[in-house]
Ligand binder design. Structure first.
Ligand code: FMN
Length: 217
């Protein structure tokens, strides 16, 4: 069982990274071979709309043809049994890096061909399990603010093209060590501390369990 875990936060030691590392631990404890990748360490763009992947002659190749740092990462993803993407929410959506990665992963594996039932035909012939981890400032009660329906769109495409895609929502993350140094009266530092001490450890455990689950046969 091979798993790729991608941190799509620019911060390499913050909330999303910590959660992604728990996924790695859970999967490794289950005997899986795991590769952890910080997407922001690589230089790449989103889909360049070259359509090479949609040419008839390339109908059997689900790998994006664009040559930049992402090509090797995409190659590894297509060979994996599971892909986990952790992303902070920026202005109600996934980060630009997560978006660019998904555009390239999805479009090259997809086609504009419909089967008899009207479903898009994917180039992927084996199931690759996927999961998204979303981290955000807002509390669960305020989650409507981030439009989970919008987040579900990319998960829908992941499901259609690769198979099952689960989601882990992590609310009320602690963004700064010292809130008093920043322009802020929106977030109460004490409540953030409290959530970081009580809720975040539970979220780390949920990420560990996700790692175990996704690495199960
Ligand atoms: C540019 C930017 C935009 C953000 N927009 C939102 C948002 O719309 N909703 C939200 O809940 N949190 C928002 N946040 C907060 C982050 O999603 C949250 O702190 C996240 O857990 C950060 O992940 P990290 O600690 O791994 O960097 C934003 C943060 C940044 C830097």
């Amino acid at each position: 069982m091979k798993i790729i875990v991608l941190n799509a936060s620019p911060r390499k030691k913050a909330n999303t990274a910590e959660l992604c590392k728990q996924v790695v631990k859970g999967a490794e404890d289950n005997g899986a071979e795991v590769e952890y990748i910080d997407l922001y360490s690589y230089d790449f763009k989103g889909c360049m709309s070259c359509f090479a992947c949609h040419l008839k002659k390339n109908k059997d190749n689900p790998l994006c043809y664009w040559r930049d740092d992402l090509k090797e990462i995409l190659k590894k993803c297509l060979k994996a049994d599971a892909i986990v993407i952790g992303t902070p929410i920026y202005y109600g959506s996934i980060t630009s890096s997560a978006q660019a990665f998904l555009e390239r992963l999805l479009f090259a594996a997809d086609t504009y061909l419909l089967d008899e039932e009207g479903n898009r035909i994917s180039k992927i012939k084996k199931e690759i399990k996927t999961a998204m981890i979303y981290t955000m400032n807002v509390t669960e009660e305020m989650s409507y603010f981030n439009g989970e329906e919008q987040l579900a769109i990319m998960r829908g495409y992941l499901t259609n093209i690769f198979g099952e895609c689960e989601a882990l929502y992590v609310y009320d993350t602690k963004q700064f060590k010292q809130y008093s140094a920043y322009l802020n009266n929106m977030f109460d530092p004490e409540l953030k501390d409290q959530s970081n001490k009580t809720q975040f450890p539970k979220d780390l455990k949920r990420a560990y369990e996700l790692g175990r689950r996704i690495s199960g046969e």
